[in-house]
Design a protein around this ligand. Structure first.
Ligand code: NAD
Length: 454
């Protein structure tokens, strides 16, 4: 199947994207939107690309090419709601780069989803796959929707109509989505099933690999659900080893208690690290004894948030960020750690489970304060790494056991951690820019060998 992509050539000035995005979402007659406070995530990511391009001496034309996604697809699709009314939804798929392999990246279902943010996240996926030396490119997508306002049936219909709207712009050898904020193994299975039913009967079963992060029964990989958190924890243990830091009996605070946050708490508890404060979209909580990670995870699965959990005392967001602990794992959304949070944090290490949790002002203060950061592109790359294992298993009709997945992931994460931190020390740059540099060196070499068509 030939993909048919709606590609827009946009001005290199990213401001236009933000304006365009806000304006298209503004109902007619609504007051003009003040863009001055809008966080420009994509511009921030482009800034790190510029810094890293200078360090590695990337040719200007490559730096310019990599600063923009290859394709930006926007779809509008109608869905019948439970009360019989029809609602129009807006979905996106941003395909940043496919030099190293098929486009790869998560789907986010959230009310804040925007073109600008997805461009930033898609770009980061390219760096992540290049850094981890996985044969994938970078992509990201999503639907602007508050999933908490949907019934299970409505969520299924939104997912299936969105998949239909994407058509053959996704595919096992072209663009492979995965879970992100607001999506789950179940959502991936609906996508797989819808996609499979759009191709001919004979080809149907070869299409399983169109998404990763599926449930085990429907072609998922053992270890995928915990993979992102497992990767974060491998980075933390590698940092602890390098810094002769005994993790046993230590404490952590975790922002976000969804997939990445809850599995981080569970895996850290096995190392003797207790989570003493956490929070989600409903608020924050603290307990001096440490949460029972297993019980809290079960509670969140049943209730959708930490609200009402009795094992901790409610605290403010400010109190959460000021809680003294050894480790901090941001595992919610981007732009959570600005100047105020960076000044308040009283921790020894930050391991970024979330993508882009520190904004540049926050990061500057953390660097000045000497608080080390294991950057997102490295720390949370366990997810895409095990997604790659799932894809390989699907293509080969194999099922690996959990030990096999765990063993491969651990080796890959430890190796990547050492490459990033060694590079950062040698060049006297932050691990974030070092991770970008390693990714760019890999991509730059591939472009040099292949050349630019024609
Ligand atoms: P999730 O939907 O499972 O959980 C998100 C969590 O963030 C929830 O607890 C939610 O309540 C919380 N949250 C949302 N808005 C918040 C706010 N304003 N303040 C505080 N908390 C808030 O999503 P996830 O898959 O765990 O993803 C979390 C982060 O990790 C995202 O940045 C995502 O891009 C990144 N990530 C996820 C994966 C993966 O495999 N799922 C892989 C790599 C990176």
């Amino acid at each position: 199947m030939e993909p048919h992509v709606t590609s827009e050539t946009r001005p290199s000035e990213p401001d236009y994207d933000s304006v365009d995005d806000v304006l298209t979402d503004r109902p007619s007659g609504a007051p003009e939107v003040d863009l001055s406070d809008r966080y420009e995530f994509f511009r921030v990511i482009q800034g790190y690309l510029d810094d890293a391009s200078k360090v590695v001496g990337l040719p200007a034309h490559l730096s310019e090419m990599l600063a923009q996604p290859k394709n930006e697809l926007i779809v509008h699709f109608p869905v019948r709601m439970d009360d019989g009314t029809m609602q129009l939804f807006k979905g996106y798929r941003i395909q940043h780069n496919n030099l190293l392999g098929p486009y790869k990246g998560g789907l986010r279902f959230h009310q804040t989803v925007s073109l600008d943010d997805l461009k930033a996240l898609a770009t980061m996926m390219t760096w992540k796959c290049a850094l981890m030396k996985i044969p994938f490119g970078g992509a990201k997508g999503g639907v602007k929707v508050d999933t908490r306002a949907l019934s299970e049936d409505e969520l299924m219909r939104v997912t299936r109509r969105f998949t239909h709207a994407l058509g053959n712009n996704i595919g096992p050898n072209y663009d492979i989505p995965a879970p992100d904020v607001g999506t789950s193994g179940q959502v991936m299975v609906w996508i797989m099933d819808t996609y499979m039913n759009q191709v001919g009967h004979a080809a149907k079963n070869a299409q399983r690999a169109v998404v990763t992060g599926k449930t085990l029964t429907c072609g998922g990989s053992p270890g995928r659900e915990k993979a992102t958190a497992q990767g974060v924890v491998h980075c933390i243990t590698e940092w602890a080893k390098d810094n002769r830091f005994d993790l046993e009996g230590k404490t952590a605070i975790i922002q976000g208690f969804g997939n990445v946050g809850s599995f981080s708490a569970l895996l850290l508890s096995k190392l003797g690290v207790s989570t003493i404060a956490t929070g989600d979209h409903t608020g924050y909580m603290r307990t001096t004894e440490g949460f029972n990670a297993h019980k809290l995870s079960e509670y969140v699965k049943r209730n959708g948030s930490i609200a009402g959990y009795e094992g901790g005392k409610s605290i403010s967001r400010e109190e959460f960020f000021a809680t003294k602990a050894d480790l901090f794992i941001p595992a919610a959304l981007e732009n959570q750690i600005g100047a105020a949070e960076a000044k308040a944090l009283d921790v020894k290490l930050i391991a970024e489970g979330a993508n882009g949790p520190c904004n540049p002002e926050g990061e500057k203060i953390l660097v000045e304060r000497g608080i080390p950061i294991i950057p997102d592109v490295l720390a949370n790359s366990g997810g895409v790494t095990v997604s790659y294992y799932e894809w390989v298993q699907n293509l080969r009709s194999e099922t690996w056991d959990l030990d096999e997945v765990d063993r491969r992931l651990e080796k890959t994460m430890r190796d990547a951690y050492q490459r990033v931190f060694t590079y950062a020390r040698e060049k006297d740059i932050t691990p974030r820019v070092a991770a970008y540099c390693l990714a760019l060196e890999h991509l730059g070499q591939a472009y040099a060998e292949r050349g630019i068509f024609p």
